[in-house]
Design a protein around this ligand. Structure first.
Ligand code: SF4
Length: 724
């Protein structure tokens, strides 16, 4: 492991009657190390202690991490299976009765068989998530394709990491979110961070980020809002939402013009430079400023700082990825590293700030519509053949490629899909264009939801199966660095809940497909099958074992043999993962957002997170401290805009787009562009900002354009009524 100036050895105190269990946070991609305090007498988790030995966070936890343990024995936990008795109450939390596991599972299998007999195998669908362990993500892909025999499986990472994955694959031939370990961050000379509110979304990265400036290095931040990160930046480029591609092309234009190109690196290790040079010629600072709204001198200075820095890391997050050209944005920012040769060595590279806990591993093991375990591809016959052989099914029985998450809802509306198995996700809050998504869920013939709380999406289910939280099971996740880490079980399964792997294997057996699943008795068995199947694939885990993870505080993939200790840094040998070993510098013409402001909708709406909540808020909105700190969504408006609309701080207004509308309390704040408004996305029902967001999809990643659409504010009358 690299040496780390922040490393401290502080012993944890063990209180009498308690034990400490080493594990990791359940929430974001940092996967901070923590110790759960367990009361020995009751075998219940009662608290958390910092863990100083995990190099990513070194004892630090954010407000979500310090309260994550409160999810486990929360009074809202679902204790036993629930069956809906009253179909008229779909879309509400009413109309369920408790049932035994046998009754619930038998009902599911009977319904599945009836539907498949009538409408074909592909009438079933699975929609999963990446807050699950690698073992569960892997098994979910196999469950959909082999137990349910459907092509329709996709996951919520489609709304989170899919553009990072597609962009990095295109540029570098591999999608490991970070080319360097997090312990490199504070040692670099320049951080260029774009589309990330890291101080709120990845707070335990901040001690390393601030250290770059403390050492005399530079911090450049691109964000339409003056976030806590942007506030302390040396340069803040306050970009118009949805215009990143122009800015990235403009920076590359300046890097070339001002002589910062690493000619030797470009010649020997990349393709595409000449086409890109030609394309970015037009992206002068003046032209880029016109599109992005950023100050010309700041654009020039940012390029100079990045170009001059001996080492630099470009970091990006959902702000650039959740666009209808998110893939292009990722490749365009990666171009900065490739033209200057600031990649493939320590302290330099690109890094994506992964949102969900297992956003990295969850996209590697085969729960994407177009992908098989190890990052193998559904449209590669060799890959399909290999996986079919390992799973022991004839190739002709392997389902074909499915469709992306948002497109599955469209297939539900046209009745191609009549049933949904939903796990680890809450699309009735998190998907764009909610009116459409909620109609799709409501009209399903049969829906199963696996969750530990009755989420907004679970309200549409016919059967709810209670699953365990992260702390009640063991397994691995892969954090934002590409480090595979181990989660340990701290307490027994809550009430009658069961882990997802147990549920899926049980359904598989009852569907008559037990021969493909019966040998899997535990997460460890599943991990062994996963690692074996990944051998020789891009995401090669074949040299990773639970023991090796334990001994090394995590193992970076690729790790290809018992002797291999994994690769914290990628491309040190300057070999990229395209067949010719070269990276691709991509020539990417600028496209505006799918929806630009107009007379009727003159504002740009963008969305994001706050430090106190996670994703759809299904977990964090139940934790008293987090709820108290940020109880309701607020609409952030610049004072000039507020004045133009005649609205005051705390006033309730309607925010409206072409897809829907919702009421929000106004927060007047200078830290946002006057042409832009912001609403966080952690709330459901009538407060859900995704009633308004645009489902325009990126052509490669199929990511919806959450980050930019046209909106208007409507004032309520004196009686609080809306006339729109
Ligand atoms: Fe958990 Fe992320 Fe906070 Fe770390 S930064 S404690 S992983 S939510």
């Amino acid at each position: 492991m690299p040496t780390d100036k922040f490393q401290k050895q502080i012993p944890n105190k063990i209180h009498p009657g308690e034990r400490l269990v080493d594990t990791h946070c359940s929430y974001c991609g940092m996967q901070c190390g923590m110790k759960l305090r367990v009361d020995i007498a009751s075998n219940k988790i009662i608290g958390v202690e910092p863990r100083y030995d995990f190099p990513v966070n070194l004892g630090k936890l954010c407000p979500k991490g310090t309260t994550a343990y409160q999810q486990v024995n929360h009074p809202d936990r679902i204790k036993r299976p629930l069956i809906r008795d009253n179909a008229a109450l779909k879309g509400t939390s009413e109309g369920f009765r408790e049932a035994s596991w046998d009754e619930a599972l038998d009902l599911i299998v009977r319904k599945y068989q009836e539907l498949q007999e009538k409408y074909g195998k592909d009438t079933l669908s699975v929609y999963s998530g990446v807050s699950m362990t690698n073992e569960k993500c892997y098994l979910t892909g196999k469950f959909a394709r082999i137990a349910l025999q459907t092509r329709y499986i996709d996951y919520n990472g489609r709304f989170c990491m899919s553009s990072a994955a597609a962009g990095l694959n295109r540029s570098l031939g591999i999608d490991r979110g970070s080319t360097v370990p997090w312990t490199d961050i504070h040692q670099t000379d320049c951080l260029f961070i774009t589309g990330s509110n890291a101080a709120e979304c990845h707070p335990t990265s901040m001690f390393r980020i601030w250290e770059v400036q403390n050492r005399g290095g530079y911090l450049i931040v691109v964000d339409p809002r003056e976030t806590p990160l942007a506030r302390r930046a040396d340069i803040h480029l306050d970009i118009r939402p949805g215009t990143d591609l122009a800015l990235a092309n403009g920076i590359v234009h300046l890097l070339i013009e001002k002589g910062y190109v690493d000619e030797e690196f470009v010649k020997n290790h990349t393709n595409g430079f000449e086409e890109t040079k030609e394309l970015v010629k037009d992206f002068t600072p003046e032209y880029v400023s016109e599109i992005t709204g950023c100050d010309i001198q700041k654009i020039i200075r940012a390029a100079e700082i990045y170009g001059k820095a001996p080492n630099a890391i470009v970091m990006f997050c959902r702000g650039v990825e959740q666009q209808s050209k998110g893939t292009d944005n990722v490749s365009a920012y990666t171009n900065m590293a490739l033209v200057t040769g600031k990649i493939g060595r320590p302290k330099s590279g690109v890094a994506t700030l992964t949102g969900q806990g297992n956003g990295q591993g969850g996209r590697e093991h085969g729960q994407k519509a177009d992908q098989l375990p190890g990052y193998r591809k559904m449209d590669n016959p060799e890959d399909v053949k290999l996986v079919a052989e390992r799973w022991g099914v004839p190739v002709c029985e392997m389902p074909k490629k499915g469709v992306s998450a948002y497109e599955m809802f469209q297939l539900m509306l046209d009745k191609t899909i009549r049933s949904l198995y939903l796990l680890c996700s809450n699309p009735a809050v998190s998907a764009p264009n909610q009116n459409h998504v909620r109609s799709a869920l409501k009209q399903l013939d049969f829906m199963v939801c696996v969750d530990f709380y009755l989420s907004e999406s679970a309200e549409y289910a016919d059967v709810i199966l209670p699953t365990t939280t992260w702390a009640e099971d063991e397994g691995t996740t892969t954090n934002l660095e590409g480090r595979v880490i181990r989660h340990n079980q701290a307490q027994n399964w809550y009430a009658e809940s069961k882990p997802d792997w147990w549920i899926q294997i049980e359904i598989a057996k009852r569907m008559g497909r037990g021969e493909y699943f019966g040998h899997l008795q535990s997460p460890r068995d599943i991990f062994t099958e996963l690692t074996e199947l990944s051998r020789g694939a891009v995401a090669d885990y074949s040299g990773i074992t639970y023991e090796k993870i334990e001994q090394n505080n995590g193992v970076f993939w690729p790790c290809t043999s018992d002797e291999d200790q994994g690769q914290p840094h990628l491309f040190l040998d300057k070999q990229f993962y395209h067949p010719d070993g070269k990276a691709k510098i991509c020539a990417l013409p600028y496209r505006p957002p799918a929806e630009e402001p107009c007379e009727e909708y003159p504002l740009r709406l963008t969305t994001g997170r706050v430090v106190f909540h996670y994703l759809s808020g299904n977990q964090t909105r139940r934790i008293p401290f987090l709820k108290e700190m940020y109880p309701d969504p607020l609409l952030e408006v610049h004072p000039e805009t507020a004045e133009a609309y005649g609205i005051k701080h705390d006033e309730v207004v309607v925010l409206k787009t072409r897809r829907g509308q919702a009421k929000y309390k106004v927060k007047i704040i200078e830290a946002i562009r006057p042409d832009t408004v912001f609403v966080p996305y952690h709330w459901g029902k009538d407060e859900c900002i995704n009633l308004l967001t645009n489902p325009a999809l990126d052509p490669y990643s199929r990511m919806p354009e959450f980050k930019a659409c046209a909106a208007q504010i409507v004032k309520l009358d004196k009686g609080g009524k809306y006339h729109g």
